[in-house]
Design a protein. Sequence first.
Length: 409
Amino acid sequence: MTLLALNTSGLLGEFYISFWIPAAVLSAALVIKLPTIIRLWRDPLLRAVGGLLLLACAVFVFCAPSTIARVNRLVGVPNVSAPWCYSLLTAFCGSCLLLIIAWRNGLSDRSAATRRAMRWVVSVYCGVIAALWILFLLADAPVERLRDLDTYYADTPFMREEILLYLLAHAVAVLITSRLIWNWVRTEGLDAWLRWGLKLLGVGYVLNLIFDASKLTAVTAHWCGRDLDSLSTDLAPPVAALSAILIAVGFILPHAGQYLHDRWRVRLAHRELRPLYHLMRTVSGEGVPFVLRATPELRLTRRETFIRDVLLPLARHIDLELSRRAHGAALALGHPPERARALAAAVAVLDAVEARARTPEPPGTGEGPDTTRLLQEIGAVSRALRRPDDIEAVRACATAPAESLAAHE
């Protein structure tokens, strides 16, 4: 039994890397967001998210036992890291609350209630930070404690009040923030990425409540003469680490998810245009020059522009009667209206390409048919070109004698 307890204690002691795991995750999240923050520096919400991630990273860096020891030696005051870490944690809680208020209400909201709530948060948490330093200056804490300061000094005058103050301030902020988040999650019409981000934030703040409960239970037990220090030293740090990871992901998911979704949509649109693009290259004899550093959006725009530029003169060769018959044939073959229109346009374009090869300049001096709809539906036409069997079936039906078409109908 003793050996098992020693092994468990060693395992939990090694888990103090949990201070550095969330710090690394938070740093990675900040690095991911940094280009967007720099590019859109005037967006106060992005600046707030960046500052919050930086503050959260600082909490775990400075709360690591090795960093606590270095700060104490650097300043020359035993346990001076305590009010510093408590202040960082309190500032992080207040910042989370401010960000959620601004995020939910919108930065354009300048109502008296919103301004009053934000002023209240700033004033209360600045007051708490000032009180933490005053209480530390009044307290007598000569023995350096790197991991169990909360329980070791739970009975020490002024340190006792300081520990209780930071835990209560943290718990109140977490409760309010958690309630605001879960109320927001139940709001109708939320973007899917935002909803998932809020759910992760909500779970992260619920875990913060477990952190507070563990610390408060260990401190209260110490007042009652019982030893539950393991709740504070072994349970609370891993819970805080997991909470920080979920909160970091929750904050970046709505932005990163929407960005990745938009990027995937652009790449998919670029890929869908490939059949029509290759067909237009056979008409013009050239394509869009490849630019290594071009963004996906620019490549999509260039491909769309190229296709439309080739389609415009090609439209003079389009047989409107064939297009009309192809549309009827596609409907007769059971295709939905939108699909039938795309197949008819694909048949007309393929016929125009062949007609242009036979007669580069069509007879007549007219401007040709109206190509507005065709130019707007190049994506649907390109997708139709991926199904040559369907196109051949429609084309065969459209070019068949009238009585054959009537039989199909």
